[in-house]
Design a binder for this molecule. Structure first.
Ligand SMILES: [Zn+2]
Ligand SMILES: [Zn+2]
Length: 421
């Protein structure tokens, strides 16, 4: 198992942080693994400088829809001075915790897929369905130049994918978290203008006052959503989140140490996440009427992701109901994790955003799952780590899942019902 950990460390040591991710080093590493495993490999470059590495393990029945194991190779930047271990050294401490940016999000998953395949191949296992692995760039900057391009390609439609596995989140307790949908990410910048004036003057309609009224309104809405989570009425992914991520106006001290200028412009930016069953139109209305009303000299810029296949089911669970075509996969996953002595929690809505949305947009079920139990949630945080024992356990989960998924012979269209299982 030291070799397994060494391979994980090697992958973590490749600095694929934005804004200058070393994508070709990561691609070379993945391809060297593919060669040692005798998998088919191909580098697709839909966008220059953004390689997608696609691996293939051919199944015995190529008429059946395939399994796609997706992961992204990029990571978010790290503030090196705030880490106890350097973020790209992948040091292991005395507890067996591996410290690195990407140890949870999500280089662990990408390599666990490969290690699981290594074990299956060693044991002589032969899949009935074909397994593909995609290592995609740019998830952390929205995925439009990565997974989205792949899902819209001709190559992808020829892959005839029946089910996708993508990332989930760590779980602090022994139950793995699992995701059937995700919130849509919006970004909103609101801008206020108003008359400038002397810092000593009290007057209406200054830019600052106009912006602050909006911020108060946003905060009331935020509290109303957060209260439902605090009261245990809604899960994290089932409410709308709004967080101010940017704020700008004026100059700190325009005339020495006297703050006597009231600025004529002020703006604030928000990260907004919308559950799949929330009504986008009503939030849009709230933005234009309450958060950035033109009657208060406000304008706004809104960037929205809108899913192509929104569910109109108010519970948001339409696509994992027993009548749904993806239901068979959920049952198989449950069975596989159980066989490997793992415990799955109830399916949830992923609170942030992943590439899984692009697969779902093509009508293909995608399950969010990162096998990390008894692990603090540290994605995008300082000192992100994963324990090596937990990493090894995750490989066993994927071994079991790949076995179960690739051996499943439902109908060709995968429209399996509860009875067929
Ligand atoms: Zn991620
Ligand atoms: Zn991330």
């Amino acid at each position: 198992s030291t070799e397994i950990i060494t391979r994980f460390q090697q992958f973590l040591q490749i600095n694929t942080a934005h804004p200058n991710p070393k994508y070709y080093e990561a691609a070379d590493f993945i391809i060297s693994q593919a060669k040692s495993l005798n998998l088919g490999f191909e580098t697709l470059e839909f966008v220059k400088g953004k390689p997608v590495v696609l691996l293939k393990w051919t199944g015995k029945n190529q008429n059946l829809p395939s399994i796609l194991l997706n992961s992204h190779t990029d990571v978010v930047p790290a503030e090196h001075s705030k880490w106890i271990n350097p973020p790209f050294d992948a040091n292991v401490d005395e507890l067996g915790d591996i410290y690195a940016r990407g140890s949870q999000d999500m280089k662990c998953v990408g390599l666990q897929y490969l290690e699981a395949i290594r074990r299956l191949k060693t044991s002589g296992f032969q899949p009935i369905r074909t397994v593909y692995l995609s290592f995609v760039p740019d998830e952390e900057i929205g995925g439009r130049t990565g997974a989205k391009k792949l899902t819209e390609s001709e190559i992808f439609s020829k892959m005839n994918v029946g089910i996708v596995l993508d990332e989930g989140l760590a779980s602090p307790n022994e139950t793995y978290r699992i995701f059937y949908a995700e919130r849509s990410a919006w970004s909103l910048v609101i801008k206020a203008t108003g008359s400038p004036g002397h810092g000593a003057k009290l007057y209406d309609n200054s830019a600052m006052e106009n912006l602050l009224k909006s911020i108060e309104s946003v905060r009331r809405f935020r509290a109303s959503q957060f209260d439902m989570v605090k009261a245990g009425l809604k899960a994290e992914g089932e409410v709308i989140s709004v967080n101010m991520a940017f704020l700008q106006s004026g100059t700190p001290s325009p005339t020495g140490f006297v703050m006597n200028l009231q600025p004529s412009e002020a703006e604030a930016g928000f990260d907004i996440r919308l559950p799949p069953f929330a009504d986008p139109a009503s939030l849009e209305k709230r933005i234009s009427e309450e958060w950035a009303p033109s009657t208060r000299n406000m304008t706004f810029e809104l960037r929205q992701y809108k899913p192509k296949t929104p569910t109109d089911d108010k519970s948001g669970k339409a696509h994992i109901s027993p009548t749904d075509s993806s239901y068979a996969w959920w049952k198989l996953l449950e069975k596989a994790v159980k066989k490997a002595n793992g415990k799955l929690g109830k399916p949830e809505v992923f609170p942030a955003s992943t590439d899984a949305k692009y697969f779902r947009d093509q009508g293909i079920p995608a399950i969010g799952f990162s096998p990390m139990a008894s692990t603090p949630i540290l994605l995008h945080d300082h000192n992100e780590f994963l324990n090596q024992a937990e990493y090894l356990k995750g490989i066993q989960m994927y071994e079991s899942i790949i076995k179960e998924f690739t051996s499943y012979v439902g109908s060709d269209s995968d429209k399996a019902s509860r009875e067929e299982l």
